[in-house]
Design a binder for this molecule. Structure first.
Ligand code: 1GP
Length: 248
């Protein structure tokens, strides 16, 4: 079974998926491996690997190698550009930053990266990336026309466009380390519009179980946390808190 089917099955069974994001630019590969092991013990479902700056080439490769040696979870690439593609990964969020002003982030990087993904045999998971205020580094690097927090209608419009273009996953991103996560009302509106089959991922600024649970109750199928895992001493304990909060 492919990674996308596995994730969808977990949504069916547990009500939600938890994904741990590790940025290869934030720590040495061995440290990333240890974090992944702890995250697996804490009950996370998969490891995402990527970052807006400095997550390319050898550093991505070495990080995934260390994660693979330390745990048995699937590794999904979350690249900012084709430089973030590694044949060591199991799958890739093959994403388009729909509200970017820069065609590179909408289709050009995808065209350049696609033959590499094909050649390496990595499973592509079709995903729309929609960046919401404050947007963080991802918003800046991707030249996003940020969706205002108080305009859920705009997020719904992009999400529906994504669904009608055949994308399977919709990622609502507030930006790594955001002081405010994606508003609950926006998650509710997007999920209501796209329906059951299209999965909604929410990330950016989620640091505790209660915040994650509110978004799952609002309709998020998957929750991504990254920064908090880098900040806490007890990775396993933090992941346990998040996982317990979102799984039914
Ligand atoms: C960033 O949404 C992810 O792309 C995760 O955000 O680092 O704030 O958890 P955090």
């Amino acid at each position: 079974m492919g990674i996308e089917d596995r994730l969808n099955q977990i949504v069916e069974k547990d009500g939600a998926v938890h994904l741990t994001l590790l940025d290869p630019d934030s720590q040495q590969p061995e440290v990333a491996g240890n974090m992944a092991r702890e995250a697996e013990l804490g009950g996370t479902d998969a490891i995402m690997v990527g970052g807006s700056t400095g997550a390319t080439g050898l550093v991505v490769d070495e990080t995934i190698k260390a994660i693979k040696a330390a745990c048995s979870l699937p590794v999904i690439l979350f690249p900012a550009n084709p430089g973030g593609v590694s044949g060591r990964a199991d799958a890739i969020f093959f994403m388009s930053l729909l509200n970017s002003r820069d065609v590179n982030y909408i289709t050009t990087h995808q065209a350049i990266g696609a033959p590499l993904v094909y050649k390496l045999g990595i499973e592509p998971i079709s995903m729309a990336y929609i960046v919401i205020e404050p947007g963080g580094l991802a918003g800046w690097v991707g030249d996003a026309r940020l969706i205002p927090r108080n305009k859920p209608k705009l997020a719904v419009a992009y999400a529906l466009a994504a669904k009608y273009m055949g994308m399977h996953y919709i990622y609502l991103e507030a930006g790594s380390g955001a002081d405010k996560p994606v508003p609950v009302e926006m998650v509710t509106a997007v999920k209501k519009a796209v329906g059951e089959a299209t999965k909604v991922i929410v990330g950016g600024g989620i640091r505790d179980g209660a915040t994650a649970r509110e978004r799952v109750k609002a309709g998020a199928d998957m929750i991504v946390t990254g920064t908090i895992v880098e900040q806490v001493g007890d990775v396993k304990g933090k992941i346990e808190e998040l996982v317990r909060a979102i799984k039914s």
